[in-house]
Each structure stands twice: as structure tokens, then as C-alpha cells.
Design a protein around this ligand. Sequence first.
Ligand SMILES: *Cc1c(COP(=O)(O)O)cnc(C)c1O
Length: 419
Amino acid sequence: MIPRLKPALSWKEIWAAFAFWRKVTVQDFEYTFAKTLGSQYALAFPYGRTGLMFAIHALGIKDKEIICPAYTCVVVAHAIVLSGNIPVFVDSKRDSFNMDFELVNQAINENTGAIIATSIFGEAVDCDAVKKIQLDYPKIKIIQDCAHSFGAKWNDSFVQKVGDCAIYGLNISKIMTSIFGGMVTMDDEDLYLHLKQLRDTELSWIAQIHPLHKTKSHMYLKQYFLKKCGNITKSLKYLCYLLAVWVGFNRYIYGFLNSLERLGLLNRFVKYYDENKIDMPLDYLNNMTKIQARVGIVQCEKYQKIIEHRQKIAAIYFEGLKNTSDIILPPNNAGDTFSHFVVRMKNADAFIKHCRQQGIQLGALIDYHIPSMPTYKKHQYYSHQLSETWPGNVVNLPVHLGVSEVDAEKIIKLFQLDS
Ligand SMILES: *Cc1c(COP(=O)(O)O)cnc(C)c1O
């Protein structure tokens, strides 16, 4: 069975996770991450969304509108709301999954505080459009969402070099992983020092119980417990999780457990948010552990190899599928890094089922549309009526290190038999 996603984990990460004697700190991971991604500074957070909340805070944005894509991960909208701001959604461009900057320009008003520039699925965001907004509206902050786009480049330069800061997600479904986790990168020293100070006050083990979880007493207790013993509990939990993931994603075991997905087990591993509730995971203010830092550093060493592999497999798909009727291929720009290779087609469900019977699991991300969700229905949405038609009509072809060139050819054949 070829799984739809597979973290690039080997014995090296497992060894690193258990190497308690190594004097590696979270700060070392931050340093390595920044260097690998070509940024001046990086700050680690428990989740990408926590990093986003803190970045918004550090940029001084409060009670403002924050423009973000309609077709993105819903936790981005949650983080905006929970930071005390209002998300304003913008549809995608016609030939792309990324947000349409013409619509962004329509959405801008005097209450706009920031724009989340997302390179969704690893498709580099149009940095010329971003720069133009910076020129026209110097007060509006730009936060790059690079959770899907480690290393994506626009005109040969990393996308995150444009804008105030960038956020990354590091859970096991991302291009690189530190089990869970997030990073914020930036080049500005003042912003770095300010964000670091905010984080170090709010994320210490004996910090105040966060207001978000004050309402329910059992949650309060749980949160309190997490704060007190957070590091030990979290470290043990993450070690077990890492082992389970490593074993579970083995090609043979995954096939043996091929019902994983149908039992909803895979989603339990990679989906840790509720689409219908605006909230955060309970441990969203718990510091990143040293275990995660050690795993993350090994991943940084593999970064180049991971990206190149994804680009290579994507190129095979583009070539092999270019004449296939009834499907729409994703954009193909030189700097894209393909966190997902997303094909649009009718009856995606039936095709996914057919492929699973052939031993290939395809994904269906992103299978929702934020402004259509009950919690966000009342929010402003600048639309071409485009991205609302995508859920249910997209399939993700695997591009991870577990997919060989032969596998990719096999997957291409599945399309040809089908059409
Ligand atoms: C995963 C993801 C995030 C946030 O990362 P978490 O670590 O899950 O909070 C942000 N934006 C996008 C587009 C993502 O896919």
C-alpha cells in the first residue's frame, strides 16, 4: 500500500528522539531551521497556529480585519479569531489554488491589519503582487503562511523573504516534521526580540492559565496539570506517538493495516482540529520539547533531498498526465515545492476508491471551504465562486519519499485506464 502521505522519518530521527544525552536545545533547532530556510531568525512554537497567534500579537494587530484565503487550512481562521481579529476570506485565482490578489485589493479597507499570503500546496505565492500591496499600503502587515511551502521560491528567491514574517507547521503531515510544532521566521531583529519575549512569557510552564480554557473546570484542571508537568508528559506522549507513526507508516505494515484510514485512525494521527468549533488544542501553549528539536534538526539535514524528490515526482506526473482528459493539473512553476500534488476531477470519491483497491491511497485535501462552514458563514467573503466547488473534486497524488519513479508511473496508468 502506498499511503497518501508519509513523514520522511528513518531510524535517524528515532535515534535522535531518544538521544537524551545530547546537548541539543530548541534554540539550536531554531538556528538550524532559520539557516536552512534562508531567514535571519526563527522561533519555535508548539503549533504553527500558536506561532500565527503570537505573530499577530507581536505585530500589534488587534480588532482588525485580517485577509486570508478561503481555501486554506481552517486553523488559520481559528488563530485569527482567537487573536482578537476578524478573518476576511478571499477566493483563489482562476488558474491557481492561491488567493487572488485582485480580490485582495477589493477587500482592503482602513480597518485591514494584515494579509496572510499563503503558498498553498507548495505553490509559490505571487510575491510581485505582495510587494505591490506593501508599496500601496505600507501599514498593512504581511504574514506568509509557509506551512505547505518549505523552500518555495518566486523568481529564485524564497517566498518568505517578502513580508514581515512567515509561519510554518511541523506536524507529521507537513513536508518536514518535529512530531508536532511550528516556526515563525523573520529577518527583522526588533520583531524577533519582541516575539521571543512574548513567547517566553506566555509559554513558560508556570504561566497563567490561558483565558481560552478557563470556562470549563475539568479543562482548567487538565490545562493546569499540563502546565505543571507539561514537559515530561508531553515528551513521553510524543515519543510514543513518534514510534507509532514510524512503525505505522512502514510500507508493509501500512498495507497490512490498510483499514487504518477507514477506521479513521490516520485522521486521528494527522487531523487535530475541529472544523466546526473555533478553538485550539489543549496543549497549544506548551513549549516545544527538546525531543522535537532533535528530530527537527535531523529533518533540516534532509530538507534538500525531500524537496528535490517531491519536485522530481511532480515532474513525472506533469509529463505523464498532460494529455489526460477530464482532469485539471495543478499550476507548474519552477519554484513550487509540492506539499500536495492536487488534481481536479469530477467523481473524485469513486476514483479514490478505485485506486485504493489497486494499493494506492490518494488524499482529498482540502476537502472543505472555510466561508461555507457554519462557524464562518457570516464572515465577509470576496468570491469568484471558485474554491467552493473544489471540496469533493480534488485528489492528492502522493509525492513523499516513499513514492518511487516506478510507483509514479503506476499511478499515472490508473488515470489512463479510468478516462
Ligand atoms: C498545517 C497548516 C497550518 C498550521 O499548522 P499547525 O501546526 O497545524 O497549527 C497553517 N496553515 C496551513 C495552510 C496549514 O496547512
